[in-house]
Design a protein around this ligand. Structure first.
Ligand code: SF4
Length: 288
């Protein structure tokens, strides 16, 4: 098992009391994320979080670490960055890591907003892997402000369709849902109807503002300033909307998903009894 100053670590959501993830490993092939999502939480613990940096001797060290892992767990790529920044096209670090995981039969869960994941379909098809793609809104204009340097929503939609057609288990992450911004039932319907044939699961989570993410959101969407007072429930280190409000939003989404036959889960909401599958998508990996 790998501990300490490794690139691969056991996943620890700062002991978030509502996290129900099974034990798993996590690896960020790059430090930082260029997508610059206004709601991003990594700016509260990673300096220069929106600048992507390489890690020295990454592949050499990861190869050594993978050999020492408990093979009954799985690897999550990535929880504090996107494993497919633009530079990955040239550098290929994530691709090399996938090859190593494939050779060791280590299951892999990919979380990304980038269609560059399609480049690795040849590897993913031979692996025990699932891919989770985040879409917060179907409105490209809104996404351009909310996720300024992330791949366009239309590209993410095409990526989900392509992965699913190739037989890769594909998850939509509708996360975060921000009160007054992307909490519209008609928009949810549009997204889920469009993607229904391609999804093995939808995972949703509400926005938990931190001082820095909130100031970015309120600056870009001034009409949301008045909603700040609704985030009044403190759970662990996070601020939440009141549970009744979250239940109302999430039950609407759950009903919609069920009407369309899509398994539903919510993440870190204290509503795990509503989950059809593990909220991180790991139920779609074989033997998890
Ligand atoms: S993709 Fe994720 S890690 Fe990257 S900026 Fe957006 S929220 Fe942060």
């Amino acid at each position: 098992m790998v501990y300490g100053m490794s690139f691969i670590c056991l996943f620890d959501p700062w002991k978030g009391p509502l996290c129900t993830c099974p034990p798993k490993y996590t690896l960020n092939p790059y430090t930082g994320c260029e997508h610059g999502c206004l709601y991003c939480y990594i700016t509260s613990f990673i300096p220069h979080a929106f600048t992507v940096r390489e890690k020295r001797d990454l592949l050499k060290k990861v190869e050594r670490e993978i050999a020492r892992l408990d093979q009954s767990l799985y690897l999550s790529l990535s929880n504090s960055s996107d494993p497919y920044p633009r530079g990955e096209e040239k550098r290929g670090y994530t691709r090399s890591i996938l090859k190593m995981c494939g050779e060791r039969n280590l299951p892999v869960l990919i979380l990304t907003k980038s269609p560059l994941v399609l480049r690795d379909i040849d590897l993913l098809k031979k692996m025990n892997a699932a891919v989770s793609i985040t879409i917060t809104t179907i409105d490209d204009q809104k996404s351009n402000i909310l996720e300024p340097r992330a791949p366009r929503v239309t590209e993410r939609i095409q990526a989900i369709k392509h992965l699913a057609r190739e037989g890769i288990p594909t998850i939509l992450r509708l996360d975060p849902i921000i009160l007054g911004l992307n909490d519209d039932l008609e928009e949810w319907k549009e997204i889920l109807h469009l993607l229904k044939p391609y999804l093995k699961q939808v995972v949703v989570s509400t926005f938990k503002p931190r001082p820095d993410s909130w100031s970015r959101i309120a600056c870009a969407f001034p009409h949301l300033a008045e909603t700040r007072e609704y985030y009044s429930e403190k759970i662990g280190n996070s601020l939440y909307l009141p549970k009744e409000k979250r239940k109302e939003m999430l039950s609407t989404l759950r009903n919609l998903a069920h009407q369309l036959g899509i398994p539903f889960s919510s993440c870190r909401e204290g509503l795990s009894s509503w989950n059809d599958l593990q909220c991180d998508g790991s139920s779609l990996l074989t033997n998890q």
